[in-house]
Design a protein around this ligand. Sequence first.
Ligand SMILES: Cc1ncc(COP(=O)(O)O)c(C=O)c1O
Length: 374
Amino acid sequence: MDIDRLETPSLILDAVVMDHNIRRLQSRLRAANVPLRPHLKTSKCVQVARAIAAHGERGIAVSTLREAERFAAAGFRDILYAVVIAPDKLARAAALRAAGTELTLLIDGADIARRAAMAAARHGVELAVLIEVDVDGHRSGVDPAALEPLARLIASSPGLRLRGIASHAGSAYDCRGRDGIARVAERERVLMIGAARLLRDSGLPCEVVSVGSTPTAIAAESFAGITEVRAGVFVFNDLMQAQLGVCAFEDIALGVLCSVIGHHRAGDRLIVDAGWSALSQDSLLEGEARIFGRLCAADGRLLPDLAVTLLNQEHGIVTHLAGRPLAAREFPVGTKLRVLPVHACATASMHDGYQVLEDGVLAERWPRFGGWAP
Ligand SMILES: Cc1ncc(COP(=O)(O)O)c(C=O)c1O
Protein backbone atom coordinates (compact mmCIF):
# COMPACT_ATOMS: atom_id res chain seq x y z
CA MET A 1 0.00 0.00 0.00
CA ASP A 2 1.12 3.55 -0.62
CA ILE A 3 1.91 5.49 2.56
CA ASP A 4 -0.40 8.32 1.42
CA ARG A 5 -3.38 5.97 1.76
CA LEU A 6 -2.77 5.11 5.41
CA GLU A 7 -5.32 6.47 7.85
CA THR A 8 -3.73 8.85 10.36
CA PRO A 9 -2.32 9.00 12.96
CA SER A 10 -0.28 5.88 12.31
CA LEU A 11 3.05 4.69 13.69
CA ILE A 12 5.55 4.13 10.85
CA LEU A 13 8.67 2.01 11.24
CA ASP A 14 11.33 2.27 8.56
CA ALA A 15 12.81 -1.26 8.58
CA VAL A 16 15.88 -0.22 6.56
CA VAL A 17 16.85 2.45 9.09
CA MET A 18 16.11 0.05 11.97
CA ASP A 19 18.36 -2.58 10.43
CA HIS A 20 21.13 -0.01 10.02
CA ASN A 21 20.77 0.96 13.69
CA ILE A 22 20.97 -2.68 14.81
CA ARG A 23 24.08 -3.34 12.69
CA ARG A 24 25.75 -0.16 13.85
CA LEU A 25 25.56 -1.01 17.56
CA GLN A 26 26.22 -4.69 17.06
CA SER A 27 29.38 -4.11 15.04
CA ARG A 28 30.59 -1.56 17.62
CA LEU A 29 30.09 -4.02 20.48
CA ARG A 30 31.49 -6.97 18.52
CA ALA A 31 34.66 -4.99 17.89
CA ALA A 32 34.88 -4.53 21.67
CA ASN A 33 34.10 -8.23 22.19
CA VAL A 34 31.11 -7.62 24.44
CA PRO A 35 27.60 -8.98 23.75
CA LEU A 36 24.55 -6.77 23.37
CA ARG A 37 21.50 -7.58 25.48
CA PRO A 38 18.80 -5.60 23.67
CA HIS A 39 16.24 -3.99 25.97
CA LEU A 40 12.89 -4.72 24.35
CA LYS A 41 10.89 -2.20 26.40
CA THR A 42 11.29 0.20 23.48
CA SER A 43 9.66 -1.96 20.79
CA LYS A 44 7.57 -4.49 22.80
CA CYS A 45 7.31 -6.31 19.50
CA VAL A 46 8.26 -9.90 18.64
CA GLN A 47 9.18 -9.04 15.04
CA VAL A 48 11.58 -6.31 16.17
CA ALA A 49 13.08 -8.72 18.72
CA ARG A 50 13.60 -11.27 15.93
CA ALA A 51 15.18 -8.64 13.66
CA ILE A 52 17.76 -8.02 16.40
CA ALA A 53 18.22 -11.73 17.16
CA ALA A 54 18.78 -12.40 13.44
CA HIS A 55 22.17 -10.75 13.95
CA GLY A 56 23.08 -13.32 16.59
CA GLU A 57 21.97 -11.86 19.92
CA ARG A 58 20.66 -14.39 22.44
CA GLY A 59 19.74 -12.71 25.71
CA ILE A 60 17.17 -9.93 26.03
CA ALA A 61 16.14 -7.44 28.71
CA VAL A 62 12.54 -6.48 29.47
CA SER A 63 10.81 -3.90 31.65
CA THR A 64 7.62 -5.81 32.55
CA LEU A 65 6.75 -9.42 33.32
CA ARG A 66 4.21 -9.19 30.54
CA GLU A 67 7.09 -8.61 28.09
CA ALA A 68 8.96 -11.52 29.68
CA GLU A 69 5.96 -13.81 29.19
CA ARG A 70 5.30 -12.68 25.61
CA PHE A 71 8.93 -12.98 24.52
CA ALA A 72 9.29 -16.33 26.31
CA ALA A 73 6.24 -17.59 24.39
CA ALA A 74 7.94 -16.40 21.18
CA GLY A 75 10.99 -18.56 21.95
CA PHE A 76 13.34 -16.19 23.83
CA ARG A 77 14.78 -18.04 26.83
CA ASP A 78 17.49 -15.87 28.38
CA ILE A 79 15.56 -12.92 29.82
CA LEU A 80 16.66 -10.24 32.29
CA TYR A 81 13.74 -8.51 33.98
CA ALA A 82 15.58 -5.20 34.31
CA VAL A 83 13.47 -3.46 36.94
CA VAL A 84 13.92 -4.19 40.64
CA ILE A 85 11.21 -6.75 41.34
CA ALA A 86 8.21 -5.90 43.51
CA PRO A 87 7.16 -8.53 46.09
CA ASP A 88 3.78 -9.11 44.44
CA LYS A 89 5.46 -10.18 41.19
CA LEU A 90 7.62 -12.93 42.68
CA ALA A 91 5.06 -15.71 42.18
CA ARG A 92 4.67 -14.78 38.51
CA ALA A 93 8.45 -14.69 38.04
CA ALA A 94 8.75 -18.09 39.73
CA ALA A 95 6.11 -19.51 37.35
CA LEU A 96 8.13 -18.33 34.34
CA ARG A 97 11.21 -19.90 35.82
CA ALA A 98 9.34 -23.17 36.50
CA ALA A 99 8.24 -23.20 32.84
CA GLY A 100 11.89 -23.27 31.75
CA THR A 101 12.67 -19.60 31.04
CA GLU A 102 16.14 -18.56 32.16
CA LEU A 103 14.74 -15.51 33.92
CA THR A 104 17.12 -13.30 35.91
CA LEU A 105 15.76 -10.80 38.44
CA LEU A 106 17.16 -7.50 39.70
CA ILE A 107 17.37 -6.99 43.46
CA ASP A 108 18.73 -4.03 45.41
CA GLY A 109 17.88 -4.66 49.07
CA ALA A 110 17.91 -7.25 51.85
CA ASP A 111 14.15 -7.27 52.38
CA ILE A 112 13.28 -8.10 48.77
CA ALA A 113 16.13 -10.66 48.72
CA ARG A 114 14.56 -12.47 51.72
CA ARG A 115 11.12 -12.39 50.10
CA ALA A 116 12.57 -13.72 46.82
CA ALA A 117 14.19 -16.60 48.72
CA MET A 118 10.84 -17.40 50.37
CA ALA A 119 9.07 -17.31 46.97
CA ALA A 120 11.71 -19.62 45.48
CA ALA A 121 11.16 -22.12 48.31
CA ARG A 122 7.36 -21.84 48.04
CA HIS A 123 7.38 -22.50 44.29
CA GLY A 124 10.22 -25.04 44.31
CA VAL A 125 12.45 -23.10 41.89
CA GLU A 126 15.84 -21.41 41.92
CA LEU A 127 15.69 -17.68 41.16
CA ALA A 128 18.71 -16.18 39.41
CA VAL A 129 19.59 -12.70 40.64
CA LEU A 130 21.69 -9.69 39.68
CA ILE A 131 22.23 -6.96 42.25
CA GLU A 132 21.49 -3.52 40.83
CA VAL A 133 24.26 -1.07 41.74
CA ASP A 134 23.53 2.65 41.86
CA VAL A 135 26.42 4.19 39.92
CA ASP A 136 25.21 7.79 39.75
CA GLY A 137 22.32 8.43 42.14
CA HIS A 138 19.97 8.46 39.16
CA ARG A 139 17.40 5.93 40.38
CA SER A 140 17.29 2.53 42.10
CA GLY A 141 20.22 0.31 43.02
CA VAL A 142 22.32 -0.41 46.08
CA ASP A 143 24.99 2.02 47.26
CA PRO A 144 28.29 0.41 46.16
CA ALA A 145 29.43 0.55 49.80
CA ALA A 146 26.51 -1.74 50.80
CA LEU A 147 27.03 -4.22 47.97
CA GLU A 148 29.07 -6.88 49.74
CA PRO A 149 26.68 -7.61 52.67
CA LEU A 150 23.74 -7.88 50.24
CA ALA A 151 25.75 -10.18 47.96
CA ARG A 152 26.59 -12.36 50.99
CA LEU A 153 22.94 -12.56 52.00
CA ILE A 154 21.85 -13.57 48.47
CA ALA A 155 24.71 -16.04 47.97
CA SER A 156 23.85 -17.74 51.26
CA SER A 157 20.08 -17.89 50.60
CA PRO A 158 18.86 -21.30 49.44
CA GLY A 159 16.73 -20.83 46.33
CA LEU A 160 18.63 -17.77 45.10
CA ARG A 161 21.57 -17.88 42.71
CA LEU A 162 23.72 -14.75 42.63
CA ARG A 163 24.91 -14.21 39.05
CA GLY A 164 26.46 -10.76 39.31
CA ILE A 165 25.73 -7.05 39.12
CA ALA A 166 23.93 -4.59 36.84
CA SER A 167 23.80 -0.81 36.49
CA HIS A 168 22.11 1.85 34.35
CA ALA A 169 23.96 5.17 34.19
CA GLY A 170 20.83 7.25 33.57
CA SER A 171 22.82 10.45 34.15
CA ALA A 172 24.17 10.01 30.60
CA TYR A 173 20.87 11.63 29.59
CA ASP A 174 21.92 14.84 31.38
CA CYS A 175 25.00 15.22 29.14
CA ARG A 176 25.44 17.26 25.99
CA GLY A 177 27.70 15.62 23.44
CA ARG A 178 29.58 12.35 23.17
CA ASP A 179 32.58 13.37 25.30
CA GLY A 180 30.46 13.91 28.41
CA ILE A 181 28.60 10.65 27.79
CA ALA A 182 31.89 8.79 27.32
CA ARG A 183 33.03 10.13 30.71
CA VAL A 184 29.79 8.91 32.37
CA ALA A 185 30.27 5.49 30.72
CA GLU A 186 33.87 5.26 31.90
CA ARG A 187 32.91 6.21 35.46
CA GLU A 188 30.24 3.48 35.39
CA ARG A 189 32.71 0.92 33.97
CA VAL A 190 35.38 1.65 36.58
CA LEU A 191 32.84 1.49 39.40
CA MET A 192 31.33 -1.75 38.13
CA ILE A 193 34.60 -3.58 37.53
CA GLY A 194 35.74 -2.46 41.00
CA ALA A 195 32.50 -3.82 42.48
CA ALA A 196 32.91 -7.12 40.59
CA ARG A 197 36.50 -7.44 41.83
CA LEU A 198 35.38 -6.81 45.40
CA LEU A 199 32.83 -9.63 45.18
CA ARG A 200 35.19 -12.08 43.50
CA ASP A 201 38.01 -11.29 45.96
CA SER A 202 35.56 -12.08 48.78
CA GLY A 203 34.79 -15.47 47.26
CA LEU A 204 31.36 -14.39 46.01
CA PRO A 205 30.11 -15.18 42.49
CA CYS A 206 30.05 -12.41 39.87
CA GLU A 207 29.90 -13.97 36.44
CA VAL A 208 27.76 -11.07 35.01
CA VAL A 209 28.73 -7.39 34.88
CA SER A 210 25.84 -5.81 32.97
CA VAL A 211 25.78 -2.10 32.10
CA GLY A 212 24.01 0.06 29.66
CA SER A 213 21.90 2.64 27.99
CA THR A 214 21.82 3.72 24.36
CA PRO A 215 23.98 6.84 24.77
CA THR A 216 26.70 5.06 26.77
CA ALA A 217 26.65 2.02 24.43
CA ILE A 218 27.29 4.35 21.47
CA ALA A 219 29.79 6.70 23.13
CA ALA A 220 31.81 4.54 25.58
CA GLU A 221 35.49 4.18 24.77
CA SER A 222 36.09 0.92 26.63
CA PHE A 223 34.05 -2.07 27.75
CA ALA A 224 36.97 -3.92 29.37
CA GLY A 225 35.70 -6.06 32.25
CA ILE A 226 32.03 -5.68 31.20
CA THR A 227 30.22 -8.90 30.24
CA GLU A 228 27.14 -7.42 28.49
CA VAL A 229 25.70 -4.09 27.34
CA ARG A 230 21.98 -3.34 27.49
CA ALA A 231 20.42 -0.77 25.16
CA GLY A 232 16.84 -0.22 24.01
CA VAL A 233 16.25 3.04 22.14
CA PHE A 234 19.13 2.41 19.70
CA VAL A 235 16.84 0.22 17.59
CA PHE A 236 14.63 3.20 16.63
CA ASN A 237 16.55 6.27 17.85
CA ASP A 238 14.76 9.57 18.47
CA LEU A 239 15.24 13.33 18.79
CA MET A 240 16.58 12.94 22.34
CA GLN A 241 19.39 10.69 21.07
CA ALA A 242 20.04 13.16 18.23
CA GLN A 243 20.26 16.04 20.71
CA LEU A 244 22.67 13.98 22.84
CA GLY A 245 24.83 13.61 19.72
CA VAL A 246 24.64 9.80 19.39
CA CYS A 247 22.56 9.64 16.20
CA ALA A 248 21.55 11.83 13.26
CA PHE A 249 17.97 12.67 12.20
CA GLU A 250 18.37 10.16 9.32
CA ASP A 251 18.95 7.38 11.90
CA ILE A 252 15.47 7.81 13.40
CA ALA A 253 13.45 4.79 12.25
CA LEU A 254 10.14 5.76 13.86
CA GLY A 255 7.66 8.41 12.81
CA VAL A 256 4.01 9.23 13.36
CA LEU A 257 2.21 9.78 10.07
CA CYS A 258 -0.39 12.53 10.48
CA SER A 259 -2.66 14.68 8.30
CA VAL A 260 -2.97 18.45 8.13
CA ILE A 261 -6.51 19.14 9.36
CA GLY A 262 -6.45 22.94 9.46
CA HIS A 263 -4.60 26.24 9.55
CA HIS A 264 -4.65 28.82 12.27
CA ARG A 265 -6.06 32.09 11.06
CA ALA A 266 -2.87 33.93 12.07
CA GLY A 267 -1.22 32.09 9.16
CA ASP A 268 1.72 30.81 11.21
CA ARG A 269 0.42 27.44 12.43
CA LEU A 270 -0.67 24.14 10.91
CA ILE A 271 -2.99 21.88 12.83
CA VAL A 272 -2.39 18.13 12.47
CA ASP A 273 -4.30 15.10 13.76
CA ALA A 274 -1.47 13.86 16.01
CA GLY A 275 -1.85 15.13 19.58
CA TRP A 276 -0.39 13.74 22.79
CA SER A 277 -2.40 10.54 22.37
CA ALA A 278 -0.32 9.77 19.26
CA LEU A 279 3.03 11.40 20.15
CA SER A 280 3.13 11.25 23.99
CA GLN A 281 3.83 14.34 26.10
CA ASP A 282 7.61 13.91 26.02
CA SER A 283 9.35 17.07 24.85
CA LEU A 284 12.75 18.68 24.60
CA LEU A 285 14.12 22.20 24.41
CA GLU A 286 15.52 23.41 21.08
CA GLY A 287 17.01 26.76 22.01
CA GLU A 288 14.07 28.59 23.56
CA ALA A 289 11.42 26.39 22.01
CA ARG A 290 9.84 23.35 23.65
CA ILE A 291 9.14 20.82 20.94
CA PHE A 292 7.17 17.55 20.82
CA GLY A 293 8.47 16.34 17.45
CA ARG A 294 10.13 17.44 14.21
CA LEU A 295 8.39 17.31 10.87
CA CYS A 296 9.18 15.38 7.73
CA ALA A 297 7.26 15.00 4.49
CA ALA A 298 5.36 11.70 4.18
CA ASP A 299 8.33 10.20 2.31
CA GLY A 300 10.64 10.92 5.26
CA ARG A 301 12.39 14.06 3.87
CA LEU A 302 13.13 16.44 6.78
CA LEU A 303 11.28 19.77 6.64
CA PRO A 304 13.90 21.97 8.33
CA ASP A 305 12.71 24.05 11.28
CA LEU A 306 9.15 22.69 11.31
CA ALA A 307 8.23 21.32 14.73
CA VAL A 308 5.22 20.37 16.84
CA THR A 309 5.23 23.06 19.52
CA LEU A 310 1.87 22.55 21.23
CA LEU A 311 -0.23 19.48 21.94
CA ASN A 312 -3.83 18.73 22.78
CA GLN A 313 -5.17 15.20 22.99
CA GLU A 314 -5.91 14.81 19.27
CA HIS A 315 -4.41 18.06 17.89
CA GLY A 316 -0.79 18.92 17.26
CA ILE A 317 0.20 22.50 16.46
CA VAL A 318 3.06 22.83 13.98
CA THR A 319 5.10 26.02 13.74
CA HIS A 320 8.26 27.16 12.00
CA LEU A 321 11.00 27.57 14.63
CA ALA A 322 12.23 30.80 12.98
CA GLY A 323 8.68 32.20 12.90
CA ARG A 324 8.12 31.84 9.13
CA PRO A 325 4.46 31.89 8.02
CA LEU A 326 2.97 28.51 7.10
CA ALA A 327 0.67 29.02 4.15
CA ALA A 328 -2.39 26.86 3.54
CA ARG A 329 -1.47 26.51 -0.13
CA GLU A 330 1.91 24.99 0.81
CA PHE A 331 0.32 22.45 3.20
CA PRO A 332 -3.29 21.98 2.12
CA VAL A 333 -5.73 20.10 4.34
CA GLY A 334 -5.13 16.38 3.88
CA THR A 335 -1.34 16.74 3.38
CA LYS A 336 0.39 13.81 5.07
CA LEU A 337 3.40 14.58 7.25
CA ARG A 338 5.64 12.43 9.44
CA VAL A 339 6.55 13.48 13.00
CA LEU A 340 9.92 12.31 14.34
CA PRO A 341 9.45 11.40 18.02
CA VAL A 342 11.23 13.06 20.93
CA HIS A 343 11.31 9.77 22.87
CA ALA A 344 10.76 6.59 20.86
CA CYS A 345 9.68 4.42 23.85
CA ALA A 346 7.00 6.91 24.89
CA THR A 347 5.67 7.54 21.37
CA ALA A 348 5.58 3.83 20.50
CA SER A 349 3.67 3.12 23.71
CA MET A 350 0.77 5.25 22.43
CA HIS A 351 0.20 2.76 19.56
CA ASP A 352 -0.71 -0.91 19.22
CA GLY A 353 1.34 -1.68 16.12
CA TYR A 354 3.92 -0.58 13.57
CA GLN A 355 3.26 0.03 9.88
CA VAL A 356 6.51 -1.27 8.47
CA LEU A 357 8.16 0.47 5.53
CA GLU A 358 10.63 -1.47 3.38
CA ASP A 359 12.44 0.76 0.89
CA GLY A 360 9.65 3.32 1.06
CA VAL A 361 6.83 0.78 0.52
CA LEU A 362 4.43 -0.33 3.26
CA ALA A 363 5.16 -4.01 3.73
CA GLU A 364 3.51 -5.33 6.90
CA ARG A 365 1.92 -4.42 10.20
CA TRP A 366 3.73 -5.64 13.30
CA PRO A 367 1.72 -5.72 16.55
CA ARG A 368 3.13 -4.38 19.79
CA PHE A 369 1.89 -4.93 23.31
CA GLY A 370 1.76 -2.64 26.31
CA GLY A 371 0.35 -3.06 29.79
CA TRP A 372 1.38 -5.21 32.72
CA ALA A 373 -1.30 -7.83 33.26
CA PRO A 374 -0.60 -11.47 32.34
C1 LIG B 1 17.83 -0.98 33.53
C2 LIG B 1 17.88 -0.43 32.14
N1 LIG B 1 18.73 -0.97 31.26
C3 LIG B 1 18.81 -0.50 29.99
C4 LIG B 1 18.02 0.54 29.56
C5 LIG B 1 18.11 0.97 28.13
O1 LIG B 1 18.58 2.24 27.95
P1 LIG B 1 18.09 3.19 26.76
O2 LIG B 1 16.67 3.53 27.07
O3 LIG B 1 19.00 4.34 26.88
O4 LIG B 1 18.25 2.44 25.50
C6 LIG B 1 17.14 1.14 30.47
C7 LIG B 1 16.31 2.28 30.07
O5 LIG B 1 15.59 2.88 30.82
C8 LIG B 1 17.06 0.64 31.78
O6 LIG B 1 16.20 1.15 32.69
